[in-house]
Ligand binder design. Structure first.
Ligand SMILES: [Zn+2]
Ligand SMILES: [Zn+2]
Ligand SMILES: [Zn+2]
Length: 352
């Protein structure tokens, strides 16, 4: 053990001079490199024959309606079963989705029990935060990883245990002994010597087996710590949707979030060029605006790795039906044929 002053963890003073890591005190924000301008790719025009609305038949709508009603245990099946569909109206609904896959990097001081790693501090200049190689396992999926920055590691004696590897046992405060639990430390019981402790009033601490010490929880008994700069890399998929409903349908836009439709267009690139010339101008406008927003918003704090845009045509059918002389409507939507309805018989007890 040296007689140097033990540092409070982590020993950051010397690291302040590592180029690219100046001034980090933990959780340092790292401005990413300036990205190049997006390049306009050839815009693959969607085929016009893709634009037909995938409509469903009255029978299919009624089936979906019946299973919707059956999914609510207290509802009467009567409206769904006996209702007579009088009209089916397909509603053109597009969903434009923009995904921006970003990488965020931050650094912090870190330490771990020294397990024989080489102290490589300053044996070479450390790579700057955005130069440390890190590749996401896949695009468009949230993930996180941590990397020990090369050439920033040094070995320190453990500040908590002063390089002993052990700390006093909490249970016996380092004595290795505890008051006998039978005589409460008196040594006598029922006017005679306590039989458990033979009159000593103490017994061996069972937590530390009488040693009086426990393993240091900072260095895990290794006596030394490895101090280094830890680089945290976070990959995030930022998703934004824009819905285009052709007419006032009465259907709640939030209902459509969980369903899928027919994919009309999809492309991805490092930085996307907005979708132009789409048959529906609102889609082109949304693409223009959202691509611009994402690129300026996310490039400020993160590095954009990839963008993807998708246009889906979500099948929505509005069905009108008559039940007990009154008119009602329900919607069937998505490939999943979800149903939304203001159901007229939500308590079976009142219907029979
Ligand atoms: Zn103990
Ligand atoms: Zn005793
Ligand atoms: Zn220790």
């Amino acid at each position: 053990m040296s007689n140097s002053v033990y540092p409070t963890a982590p020993p950051s003073d010397m690291f302040g001079t590592v180029p690219g890591y100046e001034g980090i005190g933990g959780g340092g924000y790292l401005p990413p490199p300036v990205p190049p301008e997006p390049i306009a790719p050839p815009q693959p025009g969607p085929g016009q024959n893709d634009w037909s609305i995938p409509s469903i038949s009255e029978e299919e709508a009624q089936e979906a309606f019946k299973s919707f009603a059956a999914g609510h245990c207290c509802w009467s099946s009567a409206p769904a079963k006996d209702g007579v569909i009088t009209n089916m109206e397909p509603i053109n609904t597009y969903r434009y989705r923009l995904e921006t896959f970003t990488e965020f990097r931050s650094t912090e001081w870190a330490q771990k029990p020294h397990n024989g790693e080489v102290a490589d501090f300053y044996t070479q200049p450390a790579p700057r935060p955005w130069e440390v190689p890190a590749t996401p396992p896949s695009h468009f999926t949230d993930q996180t990883t941590e990397i020990r920055v090369p050439f920033t590691s040094s070995i320190k004696e453990c500040y908590q245990c002063r390089a002993l590897g052990t700390m006093p046992c909490d249970d016996c405060r380092g004595d290795g002994k505890k008051p006998c639990w039978v005589c409460n430390g008196a040594g006598t019981k029922d006017d005679g010597n306590c039989h458990r402790c033979n009159g000593t009033g103490t017994e061996q601490c069972d937590k530390c087996n009488g040693r009086g010490t426990k393993e240091c929880d900072i260095c895990k008994g290794k006596r030394q710590l490895l101090a280094f700069i830890n680089l945290k890399v976070e990959w995030k998929n930022n998703v934004e949707d824009h819905l285009v409903v052709q007419q006032q349908s009465g259907l709640n836009a939030g209902d459509l979030q969980g369903v899928h439709g027919k994919e009309l267009f999809k492309n991805n690139n490092y930085l996307l060029y907005p979708l132009v010339g789409f048959p529906n101008p609102e889609i082109s406008e949304a693409s223009e605006r959202m691509v611009r927003d994402h690129q300026s918003k996310y490039a400020q704090s993160s590095r954009i790795l990839q963008q993807r845009q998708t246009v889906e045509l979500i099948p929505v059918s509005k069905a009108s039906y008559k039940w007990k002389g009154n008119s009602y409507t329900f919607f069937v939507y998505g490939n999943e044929r979800q149903v939304s309805a203001d159901y007229p018989a939500t308590c079976c007890c009142n219907i029979m």
